[in-house]
Design a protein. Structure first.
Length: 430
């Protein structure tokens, strides 16, 4: 789109500052709720009397102030205009060029830019935290760019630091409600750094979480293989000041045994419902297809009441004839989070089992003291490509089996794939 301003001299190196000023003022006059967003900074609403756009000594300058801060920038040029957004090239006084965007917050077209700006702002805060915690380290990579092929999320800024023959894979979580999915992406990033670069380097995982978080992450870390996963946890406050956390101060389990266990689903109730419910019904009715030593009854669903939000996977608890408990996680479609969400349920079942609090669920069966077996069950083609990588970091105390069933399991479920832990199918091996 053509920007309505002109250069006084077509051969001049810089645009006419007064024309720039007029173009920006014209844009702002059309905004119902104007705001300014600088790359890596917080958004500032442009309220009357709280900003000034002026030409000084032949240069266009803008000053913005709020209750928390004030900034002054020189506007060099207009880069791009779109609906509700005007991107400008700016210069921090004494620093290199950057970008400042004027936006109309009432326009739905600005939602993505606001989200992107918020993530960039947090990424810069993350950079400062890394600089303070790791002086002398080189930050090779720090980005929020999504990468679908490698399953890197744009929600969590990730960094790669290096010093001598040591590497750090760092990941940060901006909001408490994002902690639930955070750990899976941390393992993916750690695995990428560890397997992509020189194997002679030591690689450590650094996790940055907001204060008040960390319990869930520490609980998961306690069930990782310590020989493969070395880590440090930092908690940061609203000002971006981070401090190393002691895992011993975190990790309280928040779970209880449900007072009323749900009834098994009936086929008539699941045919038109979520695929997971239908899969649950089929697995319950064919449990000995999964393991011939599994007792067909009882098979319990949702034994525990868990803190931390809703889950979209099905948890089943069964027992073998020898008294070994089995936790089954069912997923009808591909899910990156499957191993970690399964771990959440498994470690709570194990916690209650060690305290002999599950005996009443299986009357007449002498439950083993061994840790439960964990079974991840899905159609064979629906295991996410990252699932095996995450399982590589699980503790050897967790016996995991991945079971793949046929794609037409609704008609006649058959097991067509069995893999132990992080093993890969023969077709994937080199």
């Amino acid at each position: 789109m053509t920007i309505p301003y002109h250069r006084v001299n077509a051969f001049a190196d810089e645009p006419d500052p007064e024309a720039l000023q007029a173009a920006i003022q014209a844009f702002l006059s059309e905004c119902r709720r104007p705001a300014a967003l600088e790359v890596g900074e917080e958004m500032i609403p442009l309220l009357p009397g709280e900003y000034a756009l002026e030409v000084r000594s032949g240069k266009l300058c803008i000053e913005l102030w709020s209750q928390n801060r004030a900034i002054s920038r020189r506007i060099l040029d207009i880069e791009r205009k779109s609906t509700g957004i005007l991107d400008c090239q700016i210069q921090r006084f004494g620093n290199k060029p950057s970008r400042l965007s004027f936006m109309d917050l009432d326009r739905p077209q600005t939602e993505h830019r606001k989200l992107s700006g918020s993530r960039q702002n947090f990424a810069e805060q993350f950079r400062r935290m890394l600089t303070r915690q790791y002086p002398g380290w080189e930050v090779r990579t720090l980005t929020t760019a999504p990468d679908l092929r490698r399953s890197f999320s744009s929600i969590y800024p990730r960094a790669h630091l290096i010093k001598n023959r040591h590497r750090i894979a760092a990941l940060a979580c901006a909001e408490p409600e994002q902690e639930n999915d955070f750990f899976a992406f941390a393992l993916i990033w750690m695995h990428h750094i560890r397997t992509t670069f020189d194997a002679e380097f030591t690689t450590k995982l650094a996790l940055f979480l907001p204060k008040g978080c960390g319990n869930l992450t520490v609980n998961r870390l306690r069930w990782m293989n310590r020989d493969r996963l070395s880590y440090t946890i930092y908690l940061f406050n609203e000002h971006g000041s981070a401090g190393q956390a002691d895992p011993a101060d975190l990790g309280n389990l928040r779970t209880s045994i449900a007072s009323e266990l749900p009834e098994p689903p009936k086929l008539a109730d699941v045919v038109d419902g979520p695929a997971e419910r239908w899969l649950e019904h089929v697995v319950r009715s064919r449990i000995q297809t999964i393991d011939p030593f599994m007792k067909p009854q009882p098979v319990h669903g949702q034994v525990l009441t868990m803190a931390g939000g809703d889950r979209d996977m099905i948890d089943l608890l069964a027992v073998r004839t020898d008294g070994r408990l089995c936790v089954l996680e069912l997923k009808a479609s591909e899910d990156l989070q499957l191993p970690i969400q399964a771990l959440d349920y498994w470690m709570r079942i194990a916690w209650h089992a060690r305290r002999n609090e599950l005996n009443h669920l299986f009357p007449g069966v002498a439950l083993q003291y061994l840790a439960p077996k964990l079974i991840l069950l899905a159609p064979a083609t629906q295991f996410h490509s990252t699932n095996a990588a995450m399982l590589r970091y699980f503790s050897s105390l967790i016996e995991v089996e991945r079971i793949g069933v046929n794609s037409d399991w609704r008609e006649d479920m058959r097991v067509i794939l069995r893999l132990e832990g992080a093993d890969m199918p023969a077709s994937h091996r080199i």
